[in-house]
Design a protein around this ligand. Structure first.
Ligand code: GDP
Ligand code: MG
Length: 441
């Protein structure tokens, strides 16, 4: 995608804000990339529409092309969709024994994933885990899970031939309680396609097992189909999350986006190989990069933004050292402070300041104050901002009223500005100014 976009964007070199035409040209390529990455058509269409709304009119940073800027916006939006409400939750295993029901089509990687997760819970969380295979369909399926269990040092339910899936589930529940296990995995049988018999069986097992989690295991390489499978399982069984397997292959992960967009269910883990350690918590950023195949451009855009800020800092430093520090400069600083997490955030970053935070809050040194000060400056005319000495009583009254605040507060702001301007002048004589401003940007 990078190369393809490169060609298109060479022509779009103008700076300023993204025009609608720029955005549309860039997004045409992004749309193709999404489809190539196996994102389903309606999801891609919907996604592009949202990005278009966001991108049109956004400021383009100097030294990157509008196309690169669009890609950055696309990337961020991908992460937002993939991530949903937040980072993937840990598995809910609070009640003992907590049952985790594993469902999915045949060959999707249920049995492998069951063992991988069991190993993780044992090693990372120190949990006692019991494995039970309910796969009465495939020959040797039960033995497969038992062998993996032995390999990772996790117990599995003894195999009794001739039982139904529901009977095994009951026995497993009993065994898990009696044996004092923390977590019970029920690994179900899959089918090549979704069929009624399979769904009936899983529903019956679900009703008996009352699982804390129902994880749908989906082959990440199947793209479009994965979405249909997820929709169907969600409708008929109800799932709490998805595990995408075979993300070590050369599939591009578009299934993740479609599935997230269509079912709204969080992707919890990704399988990255056949080995028992080859599983990771889902990382939206990584998958977004993979879908676009262009981590480099995103990094470039971020770098360009930093450079832009550094240039701004230098320009400010030059002004200050000449004794120029007007209300525009102050406003820029106040904005910057808010952006960095406000007063509380700034103080939190300074060593030894944590204990002063409460005192500062009490003295009214908080974000609200920053916002009030910005409102005051906004309410000044261009001339007044450039030259605060102009401000006599009537102007002050007008400004304060415009910001919905008292004149007293404006006086406080002016005093603060004067102190800062004096300090800037003094410091400007030395060379440390630039570095200091840089640190605050
Ligand atoms: P099940 O039918 O859903 O239980 O699927 P299995 O767990 O038996 O897995 C089917 C095949 O896929 C096995 O050969 C696994 O080793 C392989 N497999 C499972 N997960 C992954 C993965 O994340 N990456 C790769 N490369 N192979 C996997
Ligand atoms: Mg299996």
């Amino acid at each position: 995608l990078s190369e393809r976009l490169g060609g298109v964007f060479d022509r779009l070199t103008k700076q300023g804000a993204l025009s609608e035409a720029d955005v549309i040209t860039a997004l045409r390529e992004v749309r193709v990339a999404l489809l190539e990455a196996d994102v389903s058509l309606p999801v891609a269409r919907d996604f592009i529409k949202r990005v278009q709304e966001k991108a049109t009119g956004s400021a383009v940073t100097k030294s990157i092309t509008p196309g690169q800027m669009v890609v950055k916006i696309v990337h961020d939006e991908l992460i937002r969709v993939l991530q949903g409400d937040g980072p993937a939750d840990a598995l809910k295993i609070d009640n003992s024994p907590a049952t985790i029901l594993m469902v999915g089509l045949q060959g999707s990687g249920k049995t492998t994933t069951t063992a991988k997760l069991a190993k993780r819970l044992k090693e990372k969380n120190g949990k006692r885990v019991l494995l039970a295979s309910l796969d009465t369909q495939r020959p040797a399926a039960m033995e497969q899970l038992a062998i993996l269990g032995t390999q990772i040092g996790v117990d599995s339910l003894p195999i009794v031939k001739g039982e139904s899936a529901v009977q095994i589930a009951k026995r497993a529940k009993t065994q898990a309680s009696l044996g004092g296990y923390d977590v019970l995995f029920l690994d179900t049988a899959g089918r090549l396609h979704i069929d009624e018999v399979l769904m009936d069986e899983i529903q019956a097992v679900r009703d008996i097992a009352a699982p804390r989690e129902t994880l749908l295991v989906v082959d990440g390489l199947t793209g479009q189909d994965a979405v249909n499978v997820a929709t169907e399982f969600e409708a008929q069984v109800g799932i709490s999350g998805v595990v995408l397997t075979r993300m070590d292959g050369d599939g591009r992960g578009g299934a993740a986006l479609s599935m997230r967009a269509v079912t709204g269910k969080p992707i919890r883990f990704v399988g990255l190989g056949e080995k028992m350690d080859a599983i990771e918590v889902f990382d939206a950023e990584r998958v977004a990069g993979r879908i676009l195949g262009m981590g480099d451009i995103v990094a470039l855009v971020e770098k360009a933004q930093e450079t832009f800020e550094a240039e701004q800092a230098e320009r400010m430093a030059r002004r200050f050292s000449k004794g120029l520090f007007n209300m525009n400069d102050l406003k820029m600083q106040l904005d910057q402070m808010l952006k960095m997490g406000g007063m509380q955030g700034l103080m939190g970053m300074l060593p030894g300041m944590a204990k002063h935070q409460a005192a500062a809050a009490e003295a009214g040194l908080d974000d609200k104050m920053l916002r009030r000060q910005i409102a005051l400056i906004n309410s000044m005319t261009k001339k007044e901002r450039a030259n605060p000495d102009l401000l006599q009583a009537s102007r002050k009254k007008r400004i304060a009223q415009g910001a919905g605040l008292e004149v007293q507060e404006l006086n406080r702001l002016l005093k603060q500005h004067k102190q800062m301007a004096d300090m800037m002048k003094k410091m400007g004589k030395g060379g440390m100014m630039k570095n200091m401003i840089r640190q605050f940007m």
